[in-house]
Design a protein around this ligand. Sequence first.
Ligand code: AMP
Ligand code: MG
Length: 349
Amino acid sequence: METKLYVIDKEEPDIRILAEAADVLKQGGLVAFPTETVYGLGANGLDPGAVAGIFAAKGRPSDNPLILHIAEPHEVEKLAREIPANARALMERYWPGPLTVVLERTRAVPDAVTAGLDTVAIRLPDSLVARTLISLAGVPVAAPSANTSGRPSPTTAQAVMTDLAGKVEIVIDAGPCGIGVESTVIDCTTPVPTLLRPGGVTLEMLMDTLGEVEVDPALAQGSAIPRSPGMKYTHYAPAAPMTLFEGPAEACEAGIVQAVSQALAEGRRTGAVVSAETAKQLPQSAVIAVYGSRLRPEEAAANLYSALRRFDADAVDIIFAEGLPEQGLGLAVMNRLRKAAGYHIVRCA
Ligand code: AMP
Ligand code: MG
C-alpha cells in the first residue's frame, strides 16, 4: 500500500484531512498521528480486526496490550467497570495530558486490546490533532507508538515513515512532539496506585494528587517480572550496543570521555548520546548526539528518541550514553535509557 503523508497545522488542523483519516479508522485501517508524547499508530479500538493490524504493522508481540485513546472524559465509563476515587482525581487533574490510567475493563473492550487481561489502559491526550481525530472517528482509538517494535519511538513523522511507510494508510505530520517520551502509566486497580511506566506526568505530580504511589519494582531493576507487560521487552534500542553511565555528573563525564577516546583509538566508529556540557569535552571524531542541558530533563525527553535514531542513520559500532538525575522527567528519560542500553550500566563514582 502507498502511505499518504499529510502535513497539518498543530493549532489549526485542516478538518478535511482529519475527516479522511477518521474514515480510514472507521473502515478498520491504520493511521499514524501525532500526540504530545510521541507519534501513535491508531486503529479502531473496538474492532479486533483493526487492532490486529497494529500488531502486524509494528511486529508487536501479541501479549503486549495497547492503550485506548479517548476524546472526552465521559467515554471512560463505557470502557471501565469501576473508576476508583483516586483514578478520578488523577483524570480530573491531568487529563487531557500524558497520563494513562489502568482500570478494570468492561466487555466493550476487545481481548486483542488488553492481551486478555481484565484491565484496560486509557488516556485522553492533550494534542488537538489527536483529540479531533478521535472525536471524528467516534470510537476509542487503540494506539501504541508508531515505530517498529523494539526501535526508539517516533517523535517526528519522518521517523514514522522510516519504520512504517507502506504499512499504514495515512501518516499525519504536525511537527515534532513536545514531550518526546511516552505517557505515564499508572495502575489504579491496586489499593495504592502503582506506577508502571514513568512519563510526562512525573512521579512528583502523581504524589501531589495521591499522597502515596507504589513504584513497580521492575522499574528500578529490569529484573523483576513487570506488571506492565510491555515493560519486559527490549525497547527504545538503537541498532548498536549501548552502555549507560550513571552517577555524579562530573564522574560520568570523565568516564564517557575516557570510554569514547578508547573506542576511537581501537578504530571503532563510536557514538555518544550526552548532555551539552559533556559534548564539549568529547573528541570531534565521535558521532555525538546532544540531548540538551543535563540540568533540564525536559530537553532530554524531547530530544532523546531522535538522538537514538540518529545512530542508525550514522551506523556506529558502539554507543556510550550519559545518565542524568531522576527528578521530574529525568525518571522517564533514565527508564528509557536503561532499556535502550539493555541494562548495560556503568556506575561512576
Ligand atoms: P505503547 O503504547 O507502545 O507506549 O505501550 C503501552 C504500554 O502500556 C505498554 O507498556 C503496556 O504494557 C502498557 N499497558 C497497556 N495496557 C495495560 C494494562 N491493562 N495493564 C498494564 N499495562 C498496560
Ligand atoms: Mg511503544
